[in-house]
Design a binder for this molecule. Structure first.
Ligand code: SF4
Ligand code: SF4
Length: 368
């Protein structure tokens, strides 16, 4: 196992948001890796083994430890595998994750809501503003070049409506031939993947793949980096290209009008986008095309990843509060491009906007 390669250099301590918040070795990637190396001993003590399993879910799966490790320890793969093993072997300790798993099995979304409502809420809100929107919902037989994968968060949460409005307005104004999946969109499977339940995600992916193929789409786009990981790496989409919305619009626009703001933004790189998918250039290119005044902040996690908001909400709050203080985010607007980061920022009363909101605004302003 790759954890045997850990030489305890300590590089991963300094950059782990969990260690930063908790300050003790056992919360760090190095500490957990060491515990794995001595697992035979740990397993002699059921309480210690149980505590180790709890520690595994105190992690945002941000991937910064893996990126930092020069001994090639694949820490993300280790957390993924160990999480799955823990839940399979000790389901009672993870009963709090059961409602999520059941919701995904029964109604294919993380909220346990009626699948028919996937497009209902935002369609009611937006159909008067965006001509022809109701016709853009997939039904068998409808075809389009681009399939928009909206994802559970953006489909069901009113806090995401402004981003959805901006995305759909920009698609309309740019004349893009697109469809959204509506009730036929199933969760991408990322929440199950994050808890190491690969089996559970297979059926969800199969259904999404069939719908995307049936629509004849050449591209599938999404605002959610977690959904994008699943679409790109696990949906087996063949020649159909899966893109983040910043990639799609960066390819579409060679230039854009200048976006004028009163104060500079702070740009927060979503971990799953810039570190796991290595998509760093396109969000910046899009901002640069609008001459957006922004500063980069330390590329560390907002605390909302890895299902930490479910597994340890207090720790998740501590991480974003520490980040807000160290990166001076209280008096600024945080620009980002991930619905999950957005939820985390908003729930801690930080101002945030998605890059697509700026694109949509500037296009409307100049009447393109
Ligand atoms: S960076 Fe890698 S080798 Fe160094 S302590 Fe962390 S896991 Fe071990
Ligand atoms: S994935 Fe992120 S939160 Fe988890 S151990 Fe690594 S650096 Fe820490």
């Amino acid at each position: 196992m790759s954890y045997d390669r850990c030489v305890r250099c300590g590089s991963c301590l300094k950059i782990c948001p969990i260690f930063d918040a908790m300050g003790e070795e056992q919360y760090s990637p190095r500490g957990k890796t060491y515990l794995l190396q001595i697992m035979d001993q740990i397993e002699q003590d059921p309480e210690a083994a149980k505590e180790f399993r709890r520690l595994l879910f105190m992690c945002t799966m941000c991937g910064r430890c893996k990126e930092t490790c020069s001994s090639d320890v694949d820490l993300l793969a280790i957390w993924h595998e160990q999480r799955g093993k823990s839940i399979r072997e000790h389901p009672d300790e993870f009963a709090y994750l059961k409602p999520l798993q059941e919701a995904l099995e029964n109604v294919q979304n993380i909220y346990g809501l009626d699948p028919e409502d996937r497009a209902m809420f935002w369609l009611d809100e937006l159909e008067d503003e965006i001509p022809g929107l109701a016709d853009k919902v997939y039904e068998p037989g409808k075809k389009a070049e681009v399939m928009v994968f909206i994802g559970c968060l953006m489909s069901f949460r009113s806090s995401q409506l402004d981003v959805l409005r901006a995305l759909l307005t920009t698609l309309w104004k740019s004349g893009t031939d697109y469809l959204v999946m509506g009730a036929e969109e199933f969760c991408c499977g990322h929440p199950l993947y994050l808890i190491g339940n690969d089996e559970g995600a297979i059926e969800l992916r199969k259904h999404n793949k069939a719908v995307i193929e049936d629509a004849g789409a050449k591209k599938v786009i999404t605002c959610c980096p977690g959904c994008l990981i699943q679409l790109k790496q696990y949906h087996d989409l063949g020649d159909i290209e899966a893109l983040h919305h910043t990639q799609f619009f960066d390819m579409m626009y060679d230039e854009l009008p200048t976006y004028k703001a009163e104060k500079p933004f702070a740009y927060h790189d979503p971990c799953e986008l810039h570190r796991i998918l290595e998509i760093k250039k396109e969000p910046r290119s899009l901002m640069d095309k609008m001459h957006v005044d922004y500063r980069d902040i330390e590329p560390t996690c907002c605390g909302g990843g890895g299902l930490l908001r479910i597994t340890d909400p207090n720790l998740s709050d501590i991480i974003i509060q520490m980040r807000a203080a160290s990166q001076h985010l209280k008096d600024t607007t945080v620009l980002t491009c991930c619905p999950s980061c957005r939820e985390q920022l908003l729930s801690n009363e930080l101002k945030t906007r998605d890059i697509i909101e700026l694109v949509s605004e500037i296009i409307e302003e100049v009447g393109e």
